[in-house]
Design a protein around this ligand. Structure first.
Ligand SMILES: Cc1cc2nc3c(=O)[nH]c(=O)nc-3n(C[C@H](O)[C@H](O)[C@H](O)COP(=O)(O)OP(=O)(O)OC[C@H]3O[C@@H](n4cnc5c(N)ncnc54)[C@H](O)[C@@H]3O)c2cc1C
Ligand code: FES
Length: 304
């Protein structure tokens, strides 16, 4: 999901990432100013296991103790999927840190087997070392005062939200998760979310339950008396708009994790820029300034 940026828009502040406009609502994104990044490391990490969790989805576990000791929810790693002696693919693949255990050094990645890189990951021999750089990017925030968190994840976007859910549950925060996918067999992470005590709403396109207007009505009905302090979203522009509108109605902080094509993941190649370079400065980079950004809905014309 790449924001539609108008660098010439004088209303965009210097740290604004982009804006989406739909009917009477505009969603504006901005860098999170008060969150720093942890120091990444390069590890040659043994692959511990692969588990096929759905028709096209695999969970791969690495033994990466330094990454596990520094990771924060919403961060990602760049995984080199060319094995020793191979000369392609040249570029590593970005993957969200799905879950980890600092005590054992285990780091999990859950991904859709999609193209050459993810097929190679899923076929990586157990015990063989994989080069992993991370944790990268700025994480989600979780305020001390947050008592209730709403997650909206579409497709593999939910994999960027699981660690936040776990962190929140460990602090006693109520977590409600909408897990959206095209088909029932593409729904993932619900077992993880249920295990940690989140309320999970799986919704799919095939029966219409993922329709955004139906979700809006459901959220309006179910969240009316239950305040949501924070909202986190990943994987869909339509869910981002819904999240921003819910956040505006409930006066909740909304954060979005963006996806972008990444070559380095470190802020050097500028391939993941959220917009064109302006005269004075360049638009924020998804890998370095994100992938997590603040989102805010603004009414255009009539009030929301
Ligand atoms: C921060 C971040 C976190 C991610 N987390 C996950 C995750 O947890 N689970 C998951 O399944 N996927 C995740 N992705 C998407 C994942 O990186 C791509 O699906 C993967 O790179 C596809 O590689 P491939 O070789 O299998 O596909 P190919 O189609 O063969 O890739 C072709 C080229 O496009 C690039 N590319 C294709 N899609 C993407 C994409 N969405 N983002 C970046 N580069 C892309 C690849 O790097 C490659 O150079 C994440 C992406 C980002 C940016
Ligand atoms: S991927 Fe290279 S700068 Fe972001």
């Amino acid at each position: 999901m790449t924001p539609d940026i108008s660098p010439a828009d004088p209303a965009l502040a210097s740290d604004m990432v982009g804006s989406w406009t739909a009917s009477s609502v505009r969603v504006r994104l901005a860098c999170i100013p008060d969150i720093g990044r942890t120091e990444p490391t390069l590890e040659h990490a043994p692959v511990l296991e692969h588990v096929r969790v759905a028709a096209d989805h695999v969970l791969t576990t690495l033994d990466a103790p330094t990454m596990a000791s520094r990771a924060e929810p919403g961060q990602f790693a760049m995984l080199t999927v060319a094995r020793g002696g191979e000369d392609s693919p040249v570029l590593p693949r970005p993957m969200a840190l799905y879950d980890w255990d600092a005590a054992t050094g285990r780091v999990d990645f859950l991904y859709r087997v999609f193209g050459d890189g993810t097929a190679r990951m899923a076929a990586w021999p157990v015990g063989e070392l994989m080069t992993a750089v991370g944790p990268l990017g700025r994480p989600f925030s979780l305020a001390e005062t947050t008592a209730s968190l709403l997650l909206l994840g579409r497709g593999i976007g939910i994999c960027s939200l699981t660690a936040l859910a776990a962190r929140a549950r460990a602090r006693g925060v109520a977590v409600h998760a909408i897990v959206s996918a095209r088909r029932p067999d593409a729904i993932v992470a619900t077992d993880f979310l249920e295990r940690i005590g989140a309320t999970v709403w799986p919704v799919v396109d095939t029966d219409g339950s993922s329709d955004v207007e139906r979700l809006r009505a459901r959220l309006d009905a179910q969240l009316r008396d239950r305040a949501v302090d924070q909202v986190a979203v990943c994987g869909s522009e339509r869910l981002l708009r819904l999240a921003a509108q819910v956040g505006r109605r409930l006066d909740a902080r909304v954060e979005v994790s963006l996806e972008a094509r990444m070559a380095c993941g470190l802020g050097y190649c500028h391939g993941c820029s959220t917009g064109e370079k302006g005269l004075a400065s360049e638009a924020p980079l998804v890998c370095k300034d994100g992938p997590v950004f603040l989102a805010r809905a603004e009414a255009i014309g009539k009030a929301q």
